[in-house]
Design a protein around this ligand. Sequence first.
Ligand code: GLY
Length: 353
Amino acid sequence: MKHQDIIFTNSVGEELERILAEFGDKVYVICDDNTKTCVLPLIASASPRVASARVISTPPGDENKNIRSLSMIWEGLQNGGADRHSVIINIGGGVITDMGGFAAATFKRGVRFINLPTTLLSAVDAAVGGKTGINFNGFKNEVGVFKEADAVVISTRFFDTLPLDEVKSGYAEMIKHGLLEGNSALDRLLDYKLNELDVTRLLSLLEESVNVKRRVVEQDPFEKGIRKALNLGHTVGHALESLALERKNPIPHGYAVAWGCVVELVLSHMILEFPSAILHRVAAFVRDNYGAPAIECRDYPKLLEYMRHDKKNSGGRINFTLLSAPGKIEIDRYPADEEILTAMDIFRDLMGI
Ligand code: GLY
């Protein structure tokens, strides 16, 4: 798999002009109804090629990351005369980069595509690394392929208008990358004041964070080994997210990941002697910025059940990525159920629940 071209810039239109001049041929934009109104005009004003592109827009939200929207996109490409030499620009959050990437990877067996993430979460995670797909039959990301974008253009220009909750959601994945990278990267992230939102500083932290993901994906694009490290915080995080969804009180993905990271650091401390002082520092940052999830002891069986359904598991055991210290990664760890529940108890204490 070729390595992705990732460009950090605040002159997005000009950058796209440069890339599109190189790619040539017809341009198609895939976006959702929100990014069509709020973001596309900003880019089109600085890029004639984007301004004259055919635009295919889908309804926003994870509930629309489905076969119906995908079919609309394929239809838009077909009716607009797209061929193998065309180029697609996905403008949006993770739903659009995942679904647009899948549409591009499959239409006529593959069309070039560029991801232009408009949320911090998609910039730091979904837009980079080649996981594409849609939800199917009640399961998230059930159908998809690995296919890296030909280029990813990342800018913080679109983040100033994002609600703080969304910025925090993306920042949780950055904390995860900091934990995987090592002490100094983690320190820089924990020192940042999320409520003050210094965008210039954020861009440099974001660049550092995306590079952590880039390096992991380069080593293991198809998640056979070390890429599983990127699931830190997600085994518990996905369970918290699923429980909240079942109770019709959804929580942002990044909040679930932030809480999941703390539980998994507690497990790391119990099993691999992850330093207690760093665990407490991360827990305090998470408690202060993300609050605490509404969970009680009686939710534990349900949470374990959700963890057991995770794609990464094998032989009915629950797969975790743990750390013996920041940057010291241990994939494929299988703690006992009792250890997971003890970690949940300690987590609730740390969060003051
Ligand atoms: N979101 C984790 C990964 O891309 O592997």
